[in-house]
Design a protein around this ligand. Sequence first.
Ligand code: NAI
Length: 299
Amino acid sequence: MTDQLRFDGLVAVVTGGGGGLGRAHALELGRRGAHVVVNDMGVELAGDGSDVGRAATVAKEIEAAGGSAAPDTNSVATAEGGAAIVETAIREFGRIDVVVNNAGILRDRTFVKTSPDDVGPVLDVHLAGAFNVTRPAWAHFREQGFGRVVMTSSSAGFFGNFGQASYASAKLGLVGLIKVMAIEGAKYDIKANAIGPVARTRMTEKFDNPLADVLGVERVSPAVAFLSHPSCALSGEVLSVGGGRVARVFVGVTRGYLGGELTAEDIRDNLETIFDDEGYQVPGDSKAEMRLLAEMLGR
Ligand code: NAI
C-alpha cells in the first residue's frame, strides 16, 4: 500500500507503553516503521511498586515483529525522569520526533474524600508528566522543525465522572496544554493533539461496561498513529476514540447575551439567550473569543 502512514526513520516515545493502551500504541507505531522507546515503570494501578520488565517485554515484542524498539523505565513524574526518557531516544536512535504521553495512574475518590496524598501523585503523573517528557523533547522539535505530541486525556475531564476529582482535573489540564502548544509550536511544524480513549484495560475493568467486547485497545491506537504522523495537519484538537468510533470533542461558546451595564438580574432574566447554542463558535485561541465580543459591540 503506497498511501499507508509510515514512520520509517522517525523516533517515537510512548510513555506507559508496557501495558494496556500504551503497549498497543507502541506496537502500532513499531509496525509502521518507527523506532519506539517503550517507557514504563511498571507500577500498580495506584502508582505503587515497579516492575522494570514490562517495558522490555513490549520492546522485545516490537522487535520480534520485525520492528525497532528500546525499553526505558524512568518515571514521567519528575523532570529528571522526563529528561532521561528523551535522552534514551537520543542515545538509542539519535533523534526524537513523536511523544505519546500515555502513562497514568488511578486514585479514585469523591471530591470530599480526596486527600493531598492522592491529588499530588495523580497530577504528577498525568499533568506534570506531560510537561516533564515533552519539554525536553520540544527543544529537539524546534531545532529540527518538526514534532508531534499526543496527550491522553479523558471523558472524565471533558464531561465529568463520579469519584474522579483529581484525575479529571489533570486530564482537562492536558487540553489547556495542547491549546498553548498548538499556538507556540505552529511555526516549527510542531502539532499537539489529545485523545480521550475508551478501552478495556486494567484501569477500566472494574466498570461493568456492556460494550466491553468492542472496546479493545487496538481500536484506539489508529488515532495515535494518525495524530503522530508528519502528514497530520490537526493541532490543538481532541478526538474521542473507542470501540471503532472517532469523534471531535471541542469547547465552544454561544453567541451570548450582550447586556451593556450588565447586572446579576440581567443574567437571571436572559439565561435562555445565554445558553442558546444556535450559531455557537469554536474560537481558535483566546484572542478569537475577544473578537466575538468586538463584533457584537460593532467595533
Ligand atoms: P494501564 O494502567 O494499563 O496503563 C498505564 C501505564 O502507565 C502502566 O503500564 C503503568 O505502569 C504506567 N505508568 C504509571 N505511572 C508511570 C510513571 N510515573 N512513569 C512511567 N510509566 C508509568 O491503563 P490504560 O487504560 O492503558 O491507561 C493509559 C492511559 O489512558 C492513561 O493515561 C489513562 O488515564 C488513559 N485513559 C484510559 C481510558 C480507558 O478507557 N482505558 C479512558 C480514559 C483515559
